[in-house]
Design a protein around this ligand. Sequence first.
Ligand SMILES: NC(=O)c1ccc[n+]([C@@H]2O[C@H](COP(=O)([O-])OP(=O)(O)OC[C@H]3O[C@@H](n4cnc5c(N)ncnc54)[C@H](OP(=O)(O)O)[C@@H]3O)[C@@H](O)[C@H]2O)c1
Length: 297
Amino acid sequence: MTPAAIPPLAFGTGTSWSTAVDAPLDAALVTAIMTALHTGFRHLDGAESYNNERELGAAVAAAAAEGVMREEVFVTTKLWPTVSDAPGTFARSLTRLGVSYVDLYLLHCPFFTPSTHGVSVRDVWTSLESLHTSGAARQIGVSNFNTPQLRSLLGYARVRPAVNQVELHPYCCDEELLRYCAQEGVAVAGYSPLAPLVRFRGGPLDAVLERVAGEHAKTQAQVLLKWVRQRGALVVATTGKEDRMREVLEVEGDWELTEEEVKEITSVGRKHRRRAFWKKEYAEADAAVEAEMGKET
Ligand SMILES: NC(=O)c1ccc[n+]([C@@H]2O[C@H](COP(=O)([O-])OP(=O)(O)OC[C@H]3O[C@@H](n4cnc5c(N)ncnc54)[C@H](OP(=O)(O)O)[C@@H]3O)[C@@H](O)[C@H]2O)c1
């Protein structure tokens, strides 16, 4: 079966929506996902570790009852932390989601070894390949892999990852990884695209975003989202507000940042590197990049 095209704008159910194991069903999240579907999102991004796959499934079922059928919604979920039992974890995700297949199943991170979790990344990838062969994971991919980690996986993969989902905004942009993914045909999905606006306000991009947004009569959030799209990546973003959902969706409209604007945002962001997620795990790799950049200046 030809894999479904991946809708470029995913509605995220992690970060502020994540909850504790066994928390009661979050009706606000079900409503937010339904609103996202009503406004036009067709890609939902979930994960085992967000502890809210039931909410995602409830919204998909409710949407189907209203006529937005399961096949029209691209459902992504991710494996972590129970990597030692990928088939069991995947089966439990399907049950919670109330679906017979997911469109994309991601290995959430590469930060484990046989001594920490009883399995290697290679063992887990082999399990994901079997889930793909069974048809229950229509596409498989990874998340938070840097270039060496992805190169290693591509060295043994029989099924290549369709996607690498990574933090991507001007303050956190791994140019080498973008190039390598493009070369290898692995789509990049960028999460936390709005970080310069909502997490790292006060940085050197503030003035640039304000000016560029004004020039295009768009919001600063839309400029950041467009930057991610023009860097060749899919977007994974979230909000609880319907007007902001529309703002995200309008990014696919008929407008573009100029090449100079993309370059300016990239180069200003590059000098003020910030990462919001998996900081400890990335510390060594980030320090090496900083050292390289130090040599350049
Ligand atoms: N693979 C991974 O390891 C990983 C890690 C992190 C995240 N993710 C995925 O990526 C998704 C998005 O991550 P994120 O929440 O960090 O990303 P984000 O979309 O960059 O940021 C979301 C925040 O931005 C605010 N916001 C949304 N639209 C806005 C606008 N137009 N103007 C100003 N603020 C706006 C939202 O607040 P309001 O709700 O108040 O609008 C929310 O607090 C997660 O839900 C998850 O699915 C994956």
